[in-house]
Design a protein around this ligand. Structure first.
Ligand code: GAR
Length: 210
């Protein structure tokens, strides 16, 4: 099984989806490390309960982002990670980290990218009067939330939705598409090149597969 690492900052429900996919034999990977920048991330406890190695590298201990990133890279190398999964990891990464894991670094972002990079995605979709919202799994490049998309899932916006009710509808889809994208990677089917993301040698569309 491919050694993978999962980076979290909070609840870790996407991380749990990975733990379950591995346990169910749907993802031929070994979760070598769950790493958090936040010592109080609830997901750390859930990882420990599942018997997974955890580590905390607190960004507050570093004056420079590059030094924080270098410390994370060193810890991930030590764990032997060959795929890094950002799962609700809320720190902006520098090129120190991104170049170290280029083509081996995936993120999930709760919008239909390229719409709404950054924060408060669901509120922004509501404010814009969008009729649908969703989530994107993408390769990470230096452009914030701008790397080549792999997979998207769409959900309808319903009358009376709040950011929370919309988030609850979207997260169900996150838990499906993120382990699926990782499965493609683990199977050697999903790759990144200068030209974009490729599945089975075919360039994926600019919004990823839906
Ligand atoms: C998820 O909705 C994820 O898409 C989002 O944070 C949540 C984490 O939930 N990620 C971002 O906003 C990245 N900028 P989880 O901790 O339960 O997986």
């Amino acid at each position: 099984p491919l050694p993978i690492a999962i980076l979290i900052s909070g609840r870790g429900s996407n991380m749990v989806a990975f733990i379950e996919a591995v346990a169910a034999g749907q993802l031929d990977a070994r979760i070598a490390l769950v790493l958090s920048n936040n010592p109080d991330a609830a997901g750390l406890e859930r990882a420990r309960e599942a018997g997974i190695d955890t580590a905390v590298i607190n960004h507050r201990d570093y004056a420079r982002r590059e030094d924080f990133d270098a410390a994370m890279v060193a810890r991930l190398r030590q764990a032997g990670a060959e795929l890094v999964i950002l799962a609700g990891f809320m720190r902006i990464l520098t090129s120190v980290f991104i170049t170290a894991f280029r083509g081996q670094l995936l993120n999930i972002h709760p919008s239909l990218l390229p719409k709404y990079p950054g924060l408060n995605t669901h509120q922004r979709a509501l404010d814009a009067g969008d009729s649908e919202a969703g989530v994107t799994v993408h390769f990470v490049t230096e452009e914030l939330d701008g790397g080549p998309p792999v997979l998207q899932a769409r959900v309808p916006v319903q009358p009376g939705d709040s950011a929370d009710s919309l988030a609850a509808r979207v997260i169900v889809e996150e838990h499906k598409i993120y382990p699926l994208a990782a499965r493609w990677f683990v199977q050697g089917r999903l790759t990144l090149s200068e030209q974009g993301a490729f599945l089975d040698g075919k360039r994926l569309p600019d919004t990823g597969l839906t």
